[in-house]
Design a protein around this ligand. Structure first.
Ligand code: ADP
Ligand code: MG
Length: 338
């Protein structure tokens, strides 16, 4: 029989990293979600060469002190859950404690952080998962994490990186969802020195304007609905005449988290069906809030899909308000014509 080896920490980390850090966009997602969890109100995202060369995320959140900053890069290190019970009511975007350790094991990382009131901040550099240096520096409150040369130490993974422009457009897509998900946060997104998005804090409509521009704003209807005193759905849907050729213009956010879910898509399409042509994709940006125990986010490491306790309830919460709005619009149009 073959001998069983217990894998060394560094090898194990790199394998685990494969799940969390698939590509540059996943690094951006993890870093920005950490900034949001840290209650930042201002987040700057800078990328170079589609994030392959450099990803830098700067926030004005709660920061980490000198004890906690090095700990953040250890595997399974999280401040967001501590007991099994916490798993039933996850209110943060992260909770697995895997992201920073995974990122640090596959790239060169520099992190700077300072908590409010502290005299100085801490700076740590890591390479291939190992801490290289810790120093104390003057810096502003909050955290700045720079990730350079992604996958430099894993040539087999680096091979799977796509063209910088392709990686960049995936990051841009992701950042647009983050802006739509968090209209109360000021985001600045810069790619290769060029500012792509700079959001303000004037609500969801303004966020939609930042991403999609004037034409979109003129073609959307507000939705604001509470279903069975439990599920609140609010945001904007596109007029049936304002359709797109793909799903890039569709965003569902549950408790602030961007998700993709079959039940929800089916409900929305059913509501639009009487008004749409085949292969046309309606526009929508919808925020949903529902009690934490009605949704299970602990489904897949990339956390894009969620499971619901009651699918019929979710279906109704989307079908009803959208169908109602579209009916109102279509009778208005009919009145206008007659
Ligand atoms: P998780 O987010 O699942 O807890 P991470 O590996 O992403 O795991 O982060 C580890 C820990 O580092 C977090 O739980 C948090 O305490 C701390 N942390 C990470 N990023 C930030 C940040 N931008 N500001 C403040 N604390 C942070
Ligand atoms: Mg995290």
């Amino acid at each position: 029989m073959a001998n069983i080896n217990i894998l060394d920490k560094s090898i194990f980390n790199r394998i685990a990293a494969g799940e969390v850090v698939e590509k540059p966009a996943s690094v951006v997602k993890e870093l920005v979600e950490n900034s949001i969890d840290a209650k930042a109100t201002n987040i700057t995202i800078e990328v170079e060469m589609g994030g392959i060369k450099k990803i830098k995320v700067t926030d004005n959140g709660i920061g980490m002190d000198k004890e906690n900053l090095p700990k953040a890069f250890l595997p399974h290190a999280t401040s967001k859950i501590s007991t099994l019970d916490d798993l039933d009511k996850i209110g943060t975007l992260g909770f697995r404690g895997e992201a920073l350790s995974s990122i640090a094991s596959v790239a060169k990382v520099t992190a700077l952080s300072k908590i409010k009131g502290a005299e100085e901040g801490t700076k740590i550099t890591l390479s291939g998962g190992e801490v290289e240096n810790i120093t104390f520096v003057g810096c502003t409150d909050g955290t700045q994490i720079t990730v350079e040369d992604l996958f430099y130490c894993i040539p087999a993974r680096a091979k799977f990186l796509r063209k910088p422009k392709t990686e960049e457009s995936e990051i841009t897509n992701l950042v647009s969802r983050l802006i739509l998900a968090n209209p109360e946060i000021i985001f600045k997104y810069v790619a290769d020195g060029k500012t792509i998005y700079h959001s303000t804090v004037n609500g969801l409509k303004e966020a939609i304007y930042t991403i999609y521009g004037t034409n979109t704003i003129e073609n959307i209807l507000p939705v604001d609905y509470t279903y069975q005193n439990l599920i609140k759905v609010s945001g904007y849907i596109g007029k049936p005449s304002f359709v797109k050729a793909n799903r890039t213009y569709q965003t569902i956010l549950i408790n602030g988290r961007y998700i993709i879910n079959k039940t929800i898509s089916t409900a929305i399409y059913s509501a639009y069906e009487p008004y749409l042509m085949k292969n046309a994709f309606p526009f929508f940006v919808l925020h949903v809030s529902l009690p934490l125990d009605k949704v299970d986010v602990n489904v897949h490491p990339n956390k894009l899909d969620v499971k619901f306790e009651n699918n019929n309830l979710i279906y109704g919460a989307f079908y009803n308000p959208i169908s109602e709005e579209l009916q109102k619009l279509s009778s208005k149009i009919r009145e206008y014509k007659t």
